[in-house]
Design a protein around this ligand. Structure first.
Ligand SMILES: Cc1ncc(COP(=O)(O)O)c(C=O)c1O
Length: 367
């Protein structure tokens, strides 16, 4: 069947129904002392925060982050402070520790970006700082940092799982938070959207608007959830049977194929210009688009059925507070290309061609 689109929401294609054999969670996940599977990443963060008991509710988060990370802390009544990042999204643990002390934060959440190791550990985290490693963007990369208390992931970002968040603890068992129900409503909507999208993409049946509407409804419900829910059993089963090895290889190969595009300097600037470590699995291919051209390039790519999202738009909460100039530039200029396991060499060549055509068009406009 024709793959009409590159990017956009996952759906359960025929090639992705998992293997008979249980692959189990990744080794890193098994090395934690306790684990929980929730409906979403934000709920996994909240599960960790609820585990803490009577810690003063003041947290330090990255300035470059997702609305739902901020939302999770606000739902648990935290006051927030933010730390800046450099233009390559890098930071050192000593900077984070210093900032946490300055801001009197007792909880720190950090996330390595897009699958790369963007935290340099030049100082051990102190015992009295609760540290959450949000591995939502680096779930399949072999990254672990000493002195971290919790690891969490938005599993939903990595494949056709109708919901899913993970949290684990390095320092003993979680406190009992009772049995959580699964989120039938959200999962029903997403599973229906998957089925409609599969019919549309693989058999040319139905229309796009109907599954997009279901995805939207599901996301709206998920964002409004006040309670915590367990991961859907069907989604969890697929997760445990998923071929992570093949996923990692495909993403790495696609990333390398885009790195080989010869005209990046005409378009903007790469953020991670090398993928040299074998144990890193990228989430997307991020780059800065030269000033003022992002929306235009994004629209051009949509015209070619290539969906390059902005990860992330600036959360309203941070728009009001303001961010450092380098993070403001990130929010204004970042665009990411899809490189996930659904795609291969031909798709990446299609992206090369589309980028060439975009640049040609710009040259024509100038003459
Ligand atoms: C880094 C990061 N952490 C946590 C989350 C929250 O995950 P979810 O959308 O599954 O609640 C997101 C969502 O985009 C994220 O990007």
């Amino acid at each position: 069947m024709i793959k009409r689109e590159i990017g956009s929401d996952f759906y359960l294609s025929r090639s992705e129904t998992g293997s008979q054999q249980e692959a189990g969670p990744l080794a890193l996940e098994l090395s934690l002392t306790d684990r929980r599977y929730l409906s979403s990443g934000r709920q996994a963060i909240r599960y960790c925060l609820r585990d803490l008991g009577a810690v003063p509710k003041r947290a330090l988060l990255p300035e470059f982050t997702c609305t739902s990370v901020i939302q999770a802390f606000l739902q648990e009544d935290y006051q927030l402070a933010f730390y800046p990042l450099d233009r390559d999204l890098g930071m050192t643990s000593s900077q984070l520790i210093e900032e946490a002390q300055k801001q009197a934060a007792r909880v720190l959440l950090f996330h390595p970006y897009f699958g790369f190791d963007s935290l340099e550990m030049d100082q051990a985290f102190p015992e009295d700082l609760v540290v959450i490693h949000d591995a939502s963007q680096s779930f399949a990369s072999n990254l672990s940092y000493p002195g971290v208390d919790y690891r969490m992931v938005s599993i939903r970002k990595w494949g056709p799982f109708s919901d899913g968040g993970f949290c684990g603890k390095w320092t003993g068992p979680f406190r009992d938070q009772g049995q959580l129900p699964d989120d039938r409503e959200v999962n029903r909507l997403v599973q229906e959207a998957y089925a409609l999208k599969a019919a549309y993409i693989e058999a040319g049946q139905g229309d796009k608007a109907s599954y997009l509407d279901l995805y939207r409804q599901a996301l709206t419900l998920l964002s409004g959830r006040e309670g915590l829910y367990a991961m859907d059993p069907q989604a969890r089963d697929l997760y445990l049977h998923y071929d992570w090895e093949a996923m990692g290889q495909k993403r790495r190969a696609n990333y390398q194929a885009l790195l080989a595009y010869p005209r990046w300097s005409d378009l903007g600037q790469l953020i991670f210009p090398q993928l040299d470590r074998e144990d890193l699995v990228p989430l997307y291919f991020p780059f800065y688009v030269g000033a003022g051209r992002r929306d235009q390039l994004q629209a051009f790519l949509i015209g070619r059925d290539i969906y390059a999202p902005v990860i992330w738009p600036c959360p309203d909460y941070l728009k009001m507070r303001g961010v450092s100039p380098q993070v403001a530039r990130l929010y204004q200029e970042i665009l990411v290309l899809p490189i996930d396991q659904r795609y291969g060499r031909q798709d990446m060549e299609r992206i090369h061609q589309a980028l060439d055509d975009y640049l040609e068009g710009e040259v024509k406009d100038l003459v």
